[in-house]
Design a protein around this ligand. Sequence first.
Ligand code: SF4
Ligand code: SF4
Length: 485
Amino acid sequence: MNKVVAPDDLQFDDDGPLYVAHKKVYPQSISGTFRQIKWGLMAFCLGVYYLLPFVRWNRGLGAPSQAVLIDFPNRRFYFFFIELWPQEVYYFTGLLILAAMTLFLMNALGGRIWCGYLCPQTVWTDLFYAVERFFEGDRRERIRADAAPMTAGRAARRVSKHVAWLLIAWWTGGAWVLYFDDAPTLVKNLATFQAPAIAYIWIGILTATTYVLAGYMREQVCVYMCPWPRIQAALTDEWALNVTYKYDRGEPRCSAKKAIDLRSIGELAGDCVDCFQCVAVCPTGIDIRDGAQLGCIQCGLCIDACDNVMRKLGRETRLIGYDNDINVKRRLAGLKEVFKPIRARTVVYACLIAAVCGVMLYALLTRTLLDVNVLHDRNPVAVKLSDGSIRNGYTLRFLNKRGFDRVVSLEVDGPSGAQIHVIGADSVVPDRPMIVLGRDTTTEMRVLVTAPFDEKAEKTVPVKFRVTDIGLGEVASAADHFVTP
Ligand code: SF4
Ligand code: SF4
């Protein structure tokens, strides 16, 4: 009786050469559940990327009306109702941590979900393949055409394909720069050649990279250039579900007719009919039946291909499916399949995601729109005045994140008898100078704190500056030290 051979047990004559010339991949089009999911996600991702800069958001008079804007000249990041300042860089840190944890969780649950469905390289390569098929036909036509001498008709189709690719690449680069300025205005300026040179340079760079990476490099980016496959291999575990060929069911592979013959005499025959449809549709050109491979981006298209074959043969689908080696081995041993989406690793990732989201949400909800930072003078740290009192100098930076001007008062808590003087500000109430802060801006001021000399006092005492919005009552504070020489 034939024996089921696991991919790990396959014997190879040698390890092969160290260098193998690139073999062009001609993925065949396919229909099915995973293809539908991929089309849907592609439409969503590209739609968001290309159209988001044109979405408007009313922030009041004088403020940018673009929903998502990276405003470098004014050092602001706008995301709908959120406006972040450079001082709030920790939100970006939180976002990066969140992105990493989400990636880890996806990986622990379903393998390279990011690679197969969401990565820009996958999305644009998929789009470029669709364009290629539109102009040059499906797999067979393209293989045949590449092997035959060039004709005028084929040359025209090929030129059209490259023009379409370049247009997509150019639009991709164009959409990128729209995130950095008011999109409708920038489009007008770009069209009339009045946009800044840097915009044209970036469009050029992104047009070239999109064209080369999605049109030519394709699967080579995933296999050779991207570090994520290596990293995720270290992050995954044996319970993660990956696109897997169920060799317990598929082997020994043989034609449908031979399978009937073998089964009729009680011999073992697998469900795989060795039709190579799973290989033909694979965008990286690999054979999933050889087991887990770095080249597999887990796009699920081989599942669709094999399901179609199985349906035609009247056999159960999902000979290739989301599975893991544990279950393959359990089925071989006659045991029931086990799925463990909830395990220590996924729980930890989920908790970390919830914690980071919670902290970020709390920080956003309690975010102050008035802030102050303080910097003590370094040279001299302190000055002894002719009357014996001690003076320390500070630079205070006030942040008014509101869209209107406001008046704030400044007070100081520190050494006893301390007096405050803000250079360039009036003090209506003694020791409570009033400062006008422009809307949505940072204001820097020199502040002098003077205190009588007290030989019993500590050499360094804490000092706290408190800023109060006269109208709204908002308060912000910053701490430093008062030094006695
Ligand atoms: S083997 Fe299957 S899942 Fe992996 S890249 Fe190829 S088609 Fe996609
Ligand atoms: S598509 Fe299915 S039946 Fe055909 S070779 Fe691949 S695994 Fe075997």
